[in-house]
Design a protein around this ligand. Sequence first.
Ligand code: BV8
Length: 234
Amino acid sequence: MIGAARRLLESAERVVSFSGAGLSAESGLSTFRDAKEGIWAQYDPMTLASHEGFEADANLVIDWYAWRRRVLADAEPNPAHRALAGRSDVVHVTQNVDNLLARAGAERVIQVHGRLDTDRCDARCGFEEVIDLTEPPALRECPRCGERVRPDVVWFGEALPADVWASAERACAECDALLVIGTSAVVYPAAGLIGLAKAHGASIVIVNLEPSGASGLADVELLGPAGDIVPQIL
Ligand code: BV8
């Protein structure tokens, strides 16, 4: 199966990678669906990663992001990030808000769910700021308009940024092979990119620990850790 995946990816003109939290799991970032450790185990990420959660308890939500930011500051790209970054011809569409692909040297990264290393005004007045992940800010007011500041990520129930989404759709519609890594493929509209690529004739290679919502679309499915498998097939 490794050979089949390698041959598929080698023969493809245009390869796009589509990744989820499983790509960064071996870097120590917990995924959305595995058990949370420590004090955050008692909270549901679906609630914390939502505007309702922010309105209900803004301090709690900002403290959760501050914890994730500190974990990210101490994390390193893993061999899967580095193998992807080594392919400057590949466009990397990711659901992940971490910056590990960029830190591994990947240039063409499309983050459809936003970025953890940046804050923005909740009222979209235009204020945004790259933050120091080692000293993440507490809840604060926008220096420009006085509204609250929040991470520049897409929360459940929020629309994906139209320009970013358009470039992700275009990349997935035009590719000949889509390499899907570390996603349960249950979050939409992002997960719909896999079916979009398939509908446009792309071959689908999946690398995941377990079967996922996209398994039925796979031409080749390799079950195992991304850090082991991805460097073998790229
Ligand atoms: C929207 C940023 C509309 C924040 C994230 C009912 C049906 C269908 C859809 C919906 C519905 N009800 C609501 C919706 C819409 C909702 C949605 O899809 N909900 C799902 C849960 C049912 N979607 C939205 O709300 C989206 N917005 O629809 O807006 C709209 C339109 C116009 C105007 C207004 C509104 C917004 C969704 C974006 C949410 N934000 N992240 C933050 O990070 O804090 S999503 C979040 O989940 C992360 O980005 C994460 O990446 C993503 C998806 O999860 P995965 O990446 O797949 O991670 P997961 O843990 O699930 O799986 C990891 C996989 O890796 C596992 O399979 C595991 O086996 C594997 N793995 C683990 N370790 C490894 C590994 N594989 C390989 N190697 C390993 N080592």
